[in-house]
Design a protein around this ligand. Structure first.
Ligand code: ADQ
Length: 463
């Protein structure tokens, strides 16, 4: 059977070449391989600002893929991206009502940008295309495309959690955005919990009907809603972790540890990742389990993220303050307990650090899936693997039963579990790691991509 042409739509488009392309993660690699197989278009924001709003995307071709890129104006960037996406939907969908800002002007700009994107995309579409839209920046694209007369199959995947109705209902535009989601033929979520919250909203607020096969009937529409967890390419990560580059990077760190255990944390510097709580849990470990003093080093790598958003500036300050405090209190002349590094590393270097880490400390307060946890597992040495300490609020906790699962808000529990992990026998580490690795393989990025696209092909045709 001839493969249908795929059209991927996302806020940011993976660059064609250069340093950033080389460090592209599993998601970008997975989507690129799907586009290469079927041929297609990758449509989205160019990452650049321009004085005038254009309806004509810039087109680049590379092999079987056409990249179609749109610039934003300064005003659009502020309202659509820095505003509604980053300061409204992101905190709200991560249960941070205290940080969510509801600004009607931002919302108007968000809708205008989605409308303009749809108008620029529509002429590029052909009958029979499969259109796959990614994430909360672009929820209204399907409604806008339908308004223009698009008859192609439209699918949407939400990379972040979908909140419980009681939280979601605080959004002034809650109804409109779910109506927008219902304009797709298929809506995909990371976990069964996210799917359940969405179904609850449909039934309780819109009087719609849903069933366990993923069928949704609401407002005269029929669509499918499924849970399909994103994954990584575990074999690629495993290979990367033993590459010369990864080994060199890891050796440089190992040489400074003097045989101490390494606890490793890697995240974007984001308030959803639970970094201050994690640091306080580490401090409790040092306070309450003095045997670990001098015997463990915690390396927290936090890549700068959304630096012009005030909540992120505040987070940075509080993490800096806390790490200074912990090192001030517990350091010895020949030992610094915490290495806090505020920059990104290449994927290769990270896999080397993961492999070196006796504990992978992944404690988000709320996270769609969390690829770092999966990468940590895939990078381990099968003969002498480390222990994953994982928040129950990361999407992947649903199937990672080999991890030590914790409540990241309970820093006493996290400290105690750190002690458990640091003293775990080799036998138990191996047994737990084997279970986790099997689960990471089973939920890899290929399966995610294939399950979603198979389902989209089968979802009600409008052609
Ligand atoms: P993120 O919130 O960015 O993703 P995550 O899933 O962990 O979180 O992915 C981050 C990626 O960036 C990983 O591949 C990681 O290796 C890399 N990375 C993180 N910190 C880094 C650093 N300091 N230096 C270099 N690279 C770093 C969103 C959702 C997640 C969901 C993904 C995919 O918030 O819940 O899992 O999308 O759907």
């Amino acid at each position: 059977m001839r493969l249908k042409r795929l059209v991927v739509v996302s806020n940011r488009v993976t660059p064609l070449s250069g340093r950033k392309a080389a460090s592209a993660g599993g998601l970008a690699v997975g989507l690129l391989s799907a586009l290469r197989e079927s041929g297609g278009i990758w449509f989205g924001w160019s990452g650049e600002l321009h004085r005038h709003a254009s309806h004509e995307p810039k087109l680049f071709r590379s092999g079987r893929i056409t990249y179609a890129l749109i610039d934003l104006t300064e005003e659009e960037f502020e309202g659509y991206y820095a505003g509604l996406a980053n300061r409204t939907l992101w905190p709200l969908f991560h249960y941070r009502l205290d940080l969510a800002v509801y600004d009607h002007e931002w919302y108007a700009v968000y809708r205008r940008v989605n409308q303009r994107f749809a108008e620029a995309l529509f002429p590029l579409l052909r009958e029979g295309d499969l259109v796959w839209v990614h994430d909360y920046h672009l929820i209204p694209i399907a409604s806008e495309l339908r308004r223009l007369g698009a008859k192609v199959r439209l699918g949407f995947f939400l990379h972040i959690p979908f909140p419980a109705p009681e939280v979601y209902l605080t959004l002034p535009w809650h109804r409109q955005l779910v109506v927008d989601l219902c304009a797709y033929d298929l809506v995909g979520f990371q976990t069964a919990t996210d799917l359940r919250q969405f179904r609850a909203y449909i039934e309780l607020e819109l009087g719609g009907r849903t069933d366990n096969k993923g069928r949704v009937r609401v407002l005269g529409r029929r669509l499918r809603a499924i849970a399909v967890p994103i994954g990584i390419e575990p074999e690629d990560v495993a290979q990367m972790a033993v590459s010369g580059d990864a080994r060199r990077q890891a050796q440089r760190v190992a040489a400074t540890l003097s045989g101490r255990h390494l606890v490793i944390g890697v995240d974007r510097l984001d308030y959803t990742k639970g970094i201050p709580e994690r640091l306080r849990a580490f401090e409790l470990l040092l306070r309450d389990y003095p045997a670990h003093r001098q015997r463990v080093t915690f390396m927290q790598i936090s890549a700068p993220s959304r630096e012009d958003v005030p909540e992120y500036m505040e987070l940075r300050q509080s993490v800096e303050l806390l790490s200074g405090h912990i090192n001030g209190v517990y350091s010895e002349a020949d030992w610094i307990p915490l290495r806090y590094i505020n920059r990104g590393f290449t994927r290769r270097a990270l896999t080397g650090f993961f492999r070196l880490g006796r504990i992978g400390l992944v404690t988000p307060l709320r996270d769609g899936m969390n690829l770092v946890a999966l990468e940590y597992v895939a990078a381990q040495d099968a003969e002498d693997p480390g222990v994953l300490l994982l928040s129950r609020f990361a999407g992947c906790a649903a199937y990672m039963d080999g991890a030590l699962i914790v409540n990241p808000y309970d820093i006493h529990q996290v400290a105690e579990t750190l002690h458990t992990g640091l003293t775990m026998s080799l036998e138990e580490r191996v047994e737990r790691w084997q279970r986790m690795m099997a689960a990471v393989r089973e939920h890899d990025v290929r399966r995610w991509k294939q399950s979603f696209l198979d389902c989209l092909e089968q979802a009600g045709s409008r052609g």
